[in-house]
Design a protein around this ligand. Structure first.
Ligand SMILES: NC(=O)C1=CN([C@@H]2O[C@H](COP(=O)(O)OP(=O)(O)OC[C@H]3O[C@@H](n4cnc5c(N)ncnc54)[C@H](O)[C@@H]3O)[C@@H](O)[C@H]2O)C=CC1
Ligand SMILES: O=C([O-])CC(=O)C(=O)O
Length: 328
């Protein structure tokens, strides 16, 4: 029997990430090759016409799984019946800015969207926040949706995770499919802590193959500052790789992570590793039955402990800033 369509809401649909994301969702890459999709696109009124153009192209691509495309500039309508919501719509940073500099411009977007999700989305809604600063925006949305369990609000840390895997592949020649148990702890900011302490490369411990100097002087800063390097090179922030990471995140959330491995997701802490409850933080995570579990029993090194502490402070500083702005 044909499955009924899943309603996917994408905000910022006319933007750069939206353009790279929507076609892959419609192709089945995000939910699976037999899951029809109803796309609800949310844009600000000035960008609705551009979203209409994207919708024309989506229809012209004749994806067998695409049930329908609807465009809204009303937040409540856009989240009606949403099973999956991708909160992408927000301003990107430009050269010289840190992601936290976007709080004043973007923070105000996520409270109303959280409330609309609370009031209109389906009971099983899963929300991935991509718009920066992603962890804090996810916290704002979750705090505005008291009837939705906090673990349904994720922040995208998967791009950082994928960047870490890519650097390991480049250094060692190990195929991506044979790199396991990398994690990027913390905040999607330059403070993040990419960590290979538990990683294996084709079954061998990564720490046996990589020298400490390369890890601390090249790997960690390259991964943590990759967003700024992309802005410097392209003149615009990463878009296709961000869309691809969003697809990976939701695919794993819905379909599960492979046995014996984990990925990085920005999820609400329950106090693991001393991270305050409710903070949305990059952790090693396993997905089973449509829910993330934090891998909570790792023996962590002093360096990892320090990285986690630094990220707690960075995340709390962003939350203090939004409180000062009256957003929370
Ligand atoms: N978490 C992550 O790993 C990454 C996050 N990002 C972030 O994603 C966000 C989007 O990036 P791009 O698509 O490149 O930006 P963009 O400027 O190309 O597109 C943003 C779109 O959002 C729309 N928008 C603004 N306010 C909105 C609202 N209230 N409701 C609905 N739509 C709204 C704009 O009209 C625009 O079409 C930025 O904040 C960027 O920093 C980008 C890359 C990676
Ligand atoms: O760096 C930025 O501003 C965009 C982003 O989040 C990334 O590429 O990781």
């Amino acid at each position: 029997m044909a499955k009924s369509p899943v309603t996917v809401t994408v905000t910022g649909a006319a933007g750069n990430i939206g353009y790279a994301l929507l076609f892959r969702i419609a192709s089945g890459a995000m939910l699976g090759p037999d899951v029809p999709v109803r796309l609800n696109l949310l844009e600000i009124p000035q960008a609705v016409k551009a979203a209409e153009g994207t919708a024309m192209e989506l229809n012209d691509a004749a994806f067998p799984l695409l049930d329908s495309v609807n465009i809204y500039d009303d937040v409540n309508q856009a989240f009606e019946g949403s099973n999956v919501a991708l909160l992408v719509g927000a301003r990107p940073r430009t050269k010289g800015m840190e992601r936290a500099d976007l709080l004043a411009a973007n923070g105000g977007i996520f409270g109303p969207q959280g409330r609309a999700i609370n009031d209109h989305a389906a009971d099983d809604v899963k929300v991935l926040v991509v718009g920066n600063p992603a962890n804090t925006n996810a916290f704002i949305a979750a705090a505005s949706a008291p009837d939705v369990p906090a673990d349904r609000f994720n922040a995208m840390m998967r791009l950082d995770h994928n960047r870490a895997m890519s650097q390991l592949k480049e250094k060692t020649g190990t195929p991506i499919s044979e790199i396991e148990k990398v994690v990027v702890w913390g905040n999607h900011s330059a403070d993040q802590h990419p960590d290979v302490s538990y990683a294996t490369l084709a079954g061998r411990p990564a720490l046996e193959m990589l020298d400490a100097e390369w890890l601390s002087s090249y790997f960690v800063p390259t991964v943590a500052k990759r967003g700024a390097a992309i802005i410097e090179a392209r003149g615009a922030s990463s878009a296709a790789s961000a869309a691809s990471a969003a697809i990976d995140h939701v695919y794993d959330w819905v379909n599960g992570t492979p046995d014996g491995s984990w990925t990085t997701a920005g999820v609400a802490s329950h106090g693991e590793y001393g991270v305050p409850e409710g903070l949305i933080f990059g952790f090693p995570t396993i997905s089973r039955g449509g829910a993330w579990e934090i891998v909570s029993d790792l023996d962590i090194s002093d360096a990892t402990r320090a990285g986690i502490k630094r990220n707690i402070a960075a995340a709390q500083e962003e939350l203090d800033a939004v409180r000062d702005l009256g957003i929370l």
